[in-house]
Design a protein around this ligand. Structure first.
Ligand SMILES: Cc1cc2nc3c(=O)[nH]c(=O)nc-3n(C[C@H](O)[C@H](O)[C@H](O)COP(=O)(O)O)c2cc1C
Length: 184
């Protein structure tokens, strides 16, 4: 079983990015389990002084990342970049720099949804760049969900077939990456 931890950079209750992860978890293929992490709002902001005395919220999230085989991150785009809480997660996860960092060597897929024509593509690019510097293995599979308001129903269910297919491809790619690393 490949265990993927899915995290939305949007904290709002009816977030399209959160809904995208819900669709991913409901459509996970056999042999893949996608669990959604919903505590990002409580994550303490990054503070280098606390690196050797990390707040409980940080310890908890870093442990979850370390236990997961791979990550699926869905980011909104705020003012052309990624939201602050997701950036705090990357900063904590990148330290101590090197193999002991929670993100180091971790297969990660980045996806994103926005209500504009661009599907959070700049936020996704920035997130991929930061993850790469942190030592994560960012998979070469993309999903930009543009005009998200047209692709989800009132209950937040993804009904767009093309997006569902692309989502399946992303999940397959990140799970495959983990299995290759594990030598399976
Ligand atoms: C503060 C703020 C800034 C935003 N900036 C952008 C932006 O730069 N690019 C974009 O495509 N959408 C932008 N949007 C619109 C978001 O794409 C939209 O609110 C989206 O639904 C957020 O994702 P969520 O549904 O997961 O919360 C912005 C929204 C907010 C609230």
């Amino acid at each position: 079983m490949t265990r993927i931890l899915a995290i939305s950079g949007s904290l709002r209750r009816r977030s399209y990015n959160r809904a995208l992860l819900q669709a991913a978890s409901e459509h996970a293929p056999e042999g893949v389990e996608i669990e959604i992490y919903d505590e990002l709002e409580a994550l303490a902001p990054y503070n280098e002084d606390r690196e050797n005395d990390r707040p409980e919220s940080v310890e908890a999230l870093m442990a979850r990342i370390q236990e997961a085989d791979a990550l699926l991150l869905a980011t909104p785009e705020f003012n052309t970049t990624l939201p602050g809480q997701l950036k705090h997660m990357i900063d904590w996860g990148s330290r101590p720099y090197g193999p002991d960092a929670a993100l180091y060597g971790k297969p990660v897929a980045v996806i994103g949804a926005s209500t504009t024509d661009y599907g959070a593509m700049w936020a996704q690019d920035t997130l991929r760049k930061a993850l790469g510097i942190a030592g994560a293995r960012v998979v070469d599979a993309e999903l930009t969900v543009a005009r998200a308001q047209n692709k989800f129903d009132e209950d937040g269910r993804l009904h767009d077939e093309e997006t569902l297919e692309q989502l399946a491809h992303v999940i397959h790619s990140v799970a495959r990456h983990h299995l290759e690393l594990a030598g399976v």
